[in-house]
Write a protein that binds this ligand. Sequence first.
Ligand SMILES: Nc1ncnc2c1ncn2[C@@H]1O[C@H](COP(=O)(O)OP(=O)(O)O)[C@@H](O)[C@H]1O
Ligand SMILES: N[C@@H](CCOP(=O)(O)O)C(=O)O
Length: 324
Amino acid sequence: MESTQPTATDRALVAAGQRLTVKVPGTSANLGPGYDSLGLALSIYDTLTVETLSTGELEFELSGEGADTLPRDASHLVVRAIDLALDRLGFQRSGLRITADNVNPHGRGLGSSASAVVAAVTAANALVPAESQQNRDWILQLTSEMEGHPDNVAPAIFGGLALSWQDSEQYSSTHADVAPTVIPVVAVPDYELSTETARGLLPASVGHHAAAMNSGRAALLIHALTAQPEFLLPGTEDYLHQSYRAQAMRPSADLIAALRTAGHAAVVSGAGPTVMVLANGEGEAAAVVDFIEAFTSSNTPDVGWRVMTLAVDVQGARVEVHRR
Ligand SMILES: Nc1ncnc2c1ncn2[C@@H]1O[C@H](COP(=O)(O)OP(=O)(O)O)[C@@H](O)[C@H]1O
Ligand SMILES: N[C@@H](CCOP(=O)(O)O)C(=O)O
């Protein structure tokens, strides 16, 4: 039987001499009870510039996070994502010059891998002729497939608070406006935990009671985030993942417990080990920063923490095409 799939030689080459930049926010997924479904775009940005070359070479200029450790060949996550996106679009590349300035720390639960694939797929889509370009739902589909869950890629693409779901292999997302008083404060520890390792700590199933408790809190969380932030503390209670992962991030788990006892809506950001507090107003955000500094200097002296008061990014990934 003859194949109808385009072969590599059928695919058009992406035109050389194009240059574009994608700025993409970091993200915090789960937000407590929203495991694999809720995510928030944060004002911490990676910047990816892609230039198409006429020769087949790959050139890298990497700065910031990962500059000393990331590969400088076709195994780089950005190149793999560009190649997959071009393949799906019916194109192939020649050479590329990749310039990446990464601010989002890796392996800390702020969605760095999701931001990288969103930036790459967004760039690939913008490199093909306008009539072949796809919309952001297509980018959501492909990047969710790559990540295995949509909760980081959706806010990285669309900005704001993303509510995502899956039907079989189909990923969908919508977004809601976060109440303007909500301020994310993150405490990023100097140790890493890969998402893959953290997912491996979860049980294959949970009981009905835990599932029922979790769905109540997830529903409350949406109301707290969008309309009544005074319910953020009960709304961020989770029954599906944080307790199972605590053993792999004990300093973060201890900090979260102390913050919650003090009345602050603290959660594990993504799969951890970053701690995020959803503060209600500037007064609480400042108090949270002071609390974290005091608690960590007394209780986790061997761990370095970077504390950042951020904003919710409402734009998501944006592309700037550099005209020649
Ligand atoms: N900007 C990037 N460019 C290339 N690879 C990246 C980038 N960001 C993350 N990665 C890869 O993804 C890994 C981190 O992914 P993961 O464990 O899911 O943690 P995170 O919570 O930061 O997404 C890094 O160790 C690196 O291999
Ligand atoms: N729902 C995922 C989120 C992973 O986020 P990351 O920022 O740690 O990659 C999970 O909890 O595994």
